[in-house]
Design a protein around this ligand. Structure first.
Ligand code: 5AD
Ligand code: SF4
Length: 456
């Protein structure tokens, strides 16, 4: 047997959204305080966790194909003094629960997103009592019980950080599993958010991205006991000494209130970037999706935001082939993309998810039609992204230097509009905000040279 003081290692593989990325770091933190150190090498791990995504069928299926491969690793280790423990966490765990154990015998634990604070105990119990399933809903618990990352843990992750302010969704778009896997909307208390932000900045973080499935639905009581919304929270966070950049994802058009739109005008630290998915451009389809807004209302929000912050980059999500989508509906999607002019946008074929109203609809669209529509949409989005990046060439911009580049003479940073920017290594150090002039643009990154000085 492995002795108690041999360091145990955990490998976490993460799929899906930034919420999952954040959750993986918090799981790692919780396990670190239980003696696990992280490893990038799955074969060397004592504990392998697959933090999964259920949003589209492809994402969910990947979990099972991965488990098939990990099964062999576990088998090879079974007779050694370092047996391997395998866990499935995240939204597939929440949605499928004990069915995962039935389908894949090598799994030792299945843990939903609301119970990660209990992870060390669940792992220990799986080792002594056999397979464990924990998919209870107790989201208040999660926020209250997740220990804050230590200074060392934050420092190890670099100069940007995520901070969850809200979780869950009550919107029930008819295509989406999130309301079922992540539960009802819940906001984290103001004081807890401020404390975590201060701790992050103290440990050297310069850019914080507020996270939530519906981040702009965040609301809470401010220090004076008054109810406030995300715009005001951003104002308070902007006051934290040392904070240089703020971002937030993901937003819903319904919750895009004036306070938040005005924050883009009033706060220099709020980066000029807005991820605001619309999903489709036809009012008929938006209604069937239960989005509760029209295409025109979306276009109006975008123009109000642009009035407040003319240089803002708009990003979004689009779905093609929702049940009942005709050629005409799809053309309306192309139209709204033209009207919005995205800097960057994700696009997907509709994937029927079990348990959602969309999956029950009878007028499902043919796969080949979806494929053709997606190709046309992606060609347009790609054109817009390339044009947006090209429009940066010649501009002098501020870049937050984040990490080493592919070669030792390069560093990689982020522009205010979330593009990756490659700069020469003499431009500054990691964590510096440097002024650079963009010399060329690729589809997914910019190349720049130092302009004159380190800004801060
Ligand atoms: N099929 C295709 N795309 C989906 N999304 C969510 N559910 C589905 C689905 N069933 C997309 C939406 C959402 C993004 C996170 O994933 O565009 O905004
Ligand atoms: Fe899913 Fe709609 Fe909620 Fe976004 S707003 S998480 S798409 S149900």
């Amino acid at each position: 047997m492995q002795s108690a003081d041999t360091p145990k290692k955990v490998f976490i593989k993460t799929w899906g959204c930034q919420m999952n990325v954040y959750d993986s770091t918090r799981m790692q933190d919780a396990l670190e305080s239980d003696g696990y150190s992280p490893t990038d090498n799955m074969e060397d791990a004592d504990l392998v966790l697959l933090n999964t995504c259920h949003i589209r069928e492809k994402a969910a299926e990947k979990v099972y194909s991965n488990l098939g491969r990990i099964r062999a690793l576990k088998k090879a280790r079974a007779e050694t003094d370092r047996p391997m423990t395998i866990g499935v966490t995240g939204c597939v765990a929440q949605a499928e629960g004990k069915e995962i154990l039935a389908r894949e015998k090598s799994v030792d634990l299945v843990v939903g997103p609301q119970t990660y604070h209990r992870l060390p105990q669940i792992v220990a119990r799986a080792k002594t009592h056999g397979p464990q399933v924990d998919t209870e809903y107790a989201v208040e618990d999660k926020f209250a019980h997740m220990p804050m990352a230590t200074r060392k843990q934050v420092q190890a992750r670099g100069v940007t950080a995520f901070l969850t302010v809200q979780e869950g969704c009550d919107k029930f778009c008819t295509f989406c599993v999130v309301p079922y896997t992540r539960g009802a909307e819940i906001s984290r208390p103001h004081a807890m958010i401020m404390d975590e932000a201060r701790a992050l900045v103290d440990a050297g973080v310069r850019e914080i991205t507020l996270l939530g499935q519906n981040v702009n639905a965040w609301h809470g009581l401010g220090p004076n006991g008054r109810e406030m919304r995300l715009g005001e929270l951003l104002h308070d966070l902007a006051q934290v000494d040392g904070i240089r950049r703020l971002r937030y994802v993901t937003s819903h058009p319904k919750d895009m209130d004036d306070g938040l739109i005005e924050a883009h005008r009033d706060l220099d630290v709020l980066m000029p970037y807005l991820h605001l998915p619309v999903q489709a451009g036809s009012d008929r389809i938006l209604k069937a999706m239960n989005r509760s807004h029209t295409a025109q209302e979306y276009v109006d929000i975008i123009s109000r935001v642009r009035k407040m912050r003319p240089d803002i980059a708009i990003s979004g999500d689009m779905i093609v082939g929702f049940p009942g989508e005709t050629d005409e509906d799809f053309e309306a999607t192309m139209d709204i993309v033209r009207a919005t002019d995205y800097a960057q946008c994700y696009s997907f074929k509709y994937s029927p998810r079990p348990g959602t109203p969309g999956a029950e609809m009878t007028d499902q669209v043919d796969e080949t039609v979806k494929t053709k529509r997606l190709a046309r949409l992606q060609a347009l989005l790609n054109e817009q992204q390339v044009a947006f990046n090209a429009s940066c060439v010649g501009k002098t911009i501020e870049v937050l230097v984040e990490k080493p580049g592919k070669t030792s003479d390069q560093l990689i940073g982020r522009s205010p509009w979330l593009q990756s920017v490659v700069v020469p290594s003499h431009t500054g150090g990691i964590g510096d905000i440097v002024e650079v002039t963009v010399t060329s643009a690729n589809p997914n990154s910019l190349i720049a040279q130092p302009a004159k000085r380190i800004v801060d």
